[in-house]
Ligand binder design. Structure first.
Ligand SMILES: [Zn+2]
Length: 203
């Protein structure tokens, strides 16, 4: 099935018809040579693998303590969710909601939504409402901001280090790995695959 799409060059605005690009190939502007579109190799499989790894890391991040604080022999451990609850109880409700959204809800919806859309594609099937779910995930992406939170934790570890002994928990490491895996999944995903299959499915 030979197909082509109309695309404008980012470099010189020339409108041109781009034919279907084979996997690993790229299309360049016929006038200025700027890259118009490159098709990633094994995008679907690689993204799916990263999403499954991400879901496991997400579970680890939330099931185990993020930090253990040792103050004068008193050991206290906190999970991510307990941290959110503590913020809420201390009247920092806005901040609690923000952490809940950017560090728990958004990454989870993003990972499970991508899995919902991509796993059936692997077997040439389409999940119901794929277009709507996929569009929603793409919109949610900027709200997944775990790295900001991670930076905050690291700063507070450095500041608290004089007052208490801080033992980083399993969750902190899996959280750091999750940030990388999620970024990798987003980078390896070629959204064209989803839209192309959707178009094919309607016919
Ligand atoms: Zn151009």
């Amino acid at each position: 099935m030979e197909k082509s799409v109309l695309m404008a060059c980012h470099g010189c605005d020339l409108l041109q018809m781009i034919p279907m690009v084979p996997e690993g190939g790229q299309a360049r502007c016929s006038r200025c040579g700027a890259e118009l579109y490159s098709r990633k190799r094994n995008s679907l499989e690689r993204t799916l693998a990263l999403i499954i790894a991400g879901l496991i890391l997400f579970f680890l991040s939330n099931a185990f303590p993020l930090l253990e604080l040792k103050i004068q022999g008193n050991l206290q451990e906190t999970t991510l969710f307990q941290g959110v609850k503590a913020l809420y109880d201390q009247d920092m409700r806005g901040l609690a909601m923000l952490v809940l959204l950017t560090c728990i809800l958004a990454p989870f919806i993003q990972l499970s939504g991508l899995f919902y859309v991509l796993a059936p594609l692997k077997y040439n099937r389409l999940a119901p409402k794929t277009a709507r779910v996929f569009r929603f995930i793409r919109k949610l992406q900027p709200w997944s901001m775990m790295e900001v939170f991670m930076l905050g934790i690291l700063v507070s570890i450095v500041k608290l280090a004089k007052m208490a002994t801080i033992i980083p928990g399993i969750s902190l490491y899996s959280f750091a790995a999750l940030i990388l895996v999620l970024a990798g999944a987003v980078a390896s995903l070629d959204p064209h695959i989803v839209w192309e299959r959707l178009e094919g499915g309607k016919r």
